[in-house]
Design a protein around this ligand. Structure first.
Ligand code: FAD
Length: 421
């Protein structure tokens, strides 16, 4: 197709999107790009993590899932996915157009559990799942009918994930799982968990792992929310006590769990640089600067430009990632570069808010649009750790992109059972 015809297609698509959105959602309220009249209206939440009661967070997830279902049924919920999964089979530029248009209307707020389900787990199953698993789960996840969390980290295994100790032992056509996971975001609201467990303690630590899909309603699963400093309970401890998982829900080869985990973590790094904004950003900061009469301050302008550039870069790299995914390539080490950039952008937004607000950041005067930024400042550092800490991303970049010598690994090749813990 020629470039002009492609542009025409894209513009026709934009028209359809606008008409569809206009029928369902009003223009976005709140501080829009320089719209002074939006200031002081609607919610002023710019937080990075929710700070809600269980019931309120559940209601928020339900609204976000219902919106995803509406989009999916209209052909806008899985734009770049293949039609066999109910997707639109279109290029990433179409998804970009939809995201751009959607950002201008009032839609239910998103939730990280939907991000995990749609952007981490569904593509992992598409890549490594059996035809039966794809048929069972992918469409259901893309339509947000059921949601899935990640059961990777453990009290003794975070950065060194391959050290994990949760055991899965074969028993006929099922596996019996015992162990504890931690930091499991959204597990209290999820239907499924993607689990990495140790199936061979005598193999080297990376080689003895296997991935599973586990129904969280199964007997033996206990989920306990944890409270974090920004107020909410995004994370959980998940205890697995004799949980039976059918072998048909094993994801990938026995002993292939590390590769499967890396695939998901690669998607996580991509999703972390996706255009969907987490918490407040450029739009809200510009509105704040204008409200405070600081938009002409050269220092503020420089900071705002930094936030803007980071957001734009995140959009461009997300587009590139989507093209790679469509070409069937698993995400690689470049995801680490993008994740670092995305986190830097979020920190830049926090810094700009602090520069603009000074002491108003720490004391709640009840003034709309000010103290709310404290939740951004307290939450943003969490993303320096989530999905692999900054230090680990730098190690990956050093070793896999720059070709620098690897970290000394004294446990290389040793059976996991013999590694001191
Ligand atoms: C917001 C958030 C959401 C999360 N959601 C989930 C989830 O849904 N599911 C899940 O399974 N996990 C989740 N996690 C867990 C996350 O993956 C781990 O916290 C992360 O991998 C770090 O592990 P850790 O906390 O055990 O820290 P540790 O691994 O103990 O690291 C402690 C410190 O040491 C540094 N460090 C460790 N090893 C090295 C090294 N080799 N070189 C240099 N520095 C090093 C780290 O960078 C860090 O600063 C989440 C975490 C956060 C913050």
């Amino acid at each position: 197709m020629g470039a002009e015809a492609a542009d025409r297609d894209l513009e026709a698509f934009r028209g359809r999107v606008r008409a569809w959105l206009a029928d369902r959602a009003g223009p976005r309220a709140g501080p829009g790009e320089g719209r002074q009249e939006g200031w002081g209206q609607g919610p002023d939440d710019v937080s990075v993590f929710h700070s809600l009661s269980f019931a309120d967070e559940k209601a928020l997830i339900d609204r976000a899932a219902a919106w995803q279902r509406q989009k999916f049924d209209a052909g806008f919920g899985a734009i770049t996915w293949a039609p066999e999964y109910g997707g639109g089979g279109l290029g990433p530029e179409f998804a970009e157009v939809f995201a751009h248009e959607e950002a201008h209307v009032e839609t239910p707020p998103g939730h990280e559990l939907l991000t995990v389900t749609l952007h981490l787990i569904a593509p992992t199953i598409e890549l490594v799942g059996t035809p039966g698993q794809r048929a069972l789960l992918v469409r259901r996840f893309l339509r947000a009918e059921e949601l899935c969390c990640q059961l990777f980290s453990e009290p003794g295994a975070g950065s060194d994930l391959a050290a994990l100790a949760t055991r899965a032992v074969r028993d006929g056509d099922a596996w019996v799982v015992n162990g504890q996971k931690v930091w499991s975001s959204g597990a209290q609201f999820a239907d499924w968990g993607m689990l990495i467990a140790r199936t061979d303690p005598d193999a080297a630590k990376h080689a003895g792992l296997t991935a599973f899909m586990i129904a969280l309603g199964s007997p033996g699963v206990t989920i306990r929310p944890l409270r974090q400093m920004s107020g909410g309970s995004s994370f959980n401890e998940v205890f697995l006590d004799g949980v039976r998982v059918p072998d048909s829900l094993r994801l990938g080869e026995v002993g292939g769990g590390w590769r499967t985990a890396l695939t998901t973590l690669g998607f996580e790094r991509e999703a972390s640089s996706a255009p969907s904004q987490v918490g407040g950003g450029f739009r809200e900061l510009v509105a704040l600067a204008r409200w405070l009469g600081r938009a002409g301050d050269p220092l503020v302008r420089q900071q705002l430009a930094d936030v803007f550039i980071n957001e734009r870069l995140a959009r461009v790299s997300a587009q590139r990632d989507e093209q790679a995914r469509q070409a069937g390539r698993a995400p690689g080490a470049a995801g680490s570069l993008r994740k670092l950039r995305w986190v830097a952008g979020m920190e830049s937004a926090s810094r700009t808010a602090a520069l603009l607000l000074g002491p108003r950041l720490t004391a709640d005067t009840g003034e709309w649009g000010t103290f709310c930024w404290s939740a951004h400042v307290l939450g943003a550092p969490g993303y320096r750790i989530a999905g692999g800490s900054d230090e680990i991303q730098r190690n990956i970049i050093a070793e896999r992109i720059l070709g620098l010598p690897g970290e000394p690994r004294t446990d290389r090749g040793r059976p996991w059972r013999d590694i001191p813990r």
